[in-house]
Write a protein that binds this ligand. Sequence first.
Ligand SMILES: *[C@@H]1O[C@H](CO)[C@@H](O)[C@H](O)[C@H]1NC(C)=O
Length: 164
Amino acid sequence: MAQFITSLLLALAIVAASLAQTTTSSVSTTPSHISAQACADLNGYQSRTTKQCFFHVNETKSFIQAELHCNTKFGGHLASVHNGFDNLLITDFARTDFATIDQFYIGLNALDGSGKYTWLDGTDVDYTNWGYNTYNTQCVVVDMKTATWVRSDCFTEAYFVCSA
Ligand SMILES: *[C@@H]1O[C@H](CO)[C@@H](O)[C@H](O)[C@H]1NC(C)=O
């Protein structure tokens, strides 16, 4: 009987440990974000899925100048995109918020020299929506006609979306 109870307690401990691990890993993939109130105060809008706050800037800048604008105006970065819902959300707003239907920068880039694409805000690359790529350059824009991602010259001035 004592041995049965010991085995039962051991089994419960294993289940509890695996539940704790599941909870921890699902939290770490959610991007950090500012509060809903802070988002509204800055005239951004919040994703229902990731709770990230997005900002569309109706100006064209190079990749680096766009990132600096996101840092100073919103305390954020060029946007990270983590699912198809948010990808369509920001593209849809881009079509109404930007003066022309063209392309806009997001925070994905290969500038750290590792040969891999990473997000400027340090979140995991857990979603991509690559379209047809004619260039092999280090920055990424979203094509507003198709919502697909295209590699881009980092110096080309484009509209941009920030997230915080
Ligand atoms: C974006 O800027 C252009 C001028 O640069 C302006 O004509 C247009 O109305 C602006 N769009 C929005 C949605 O503010």
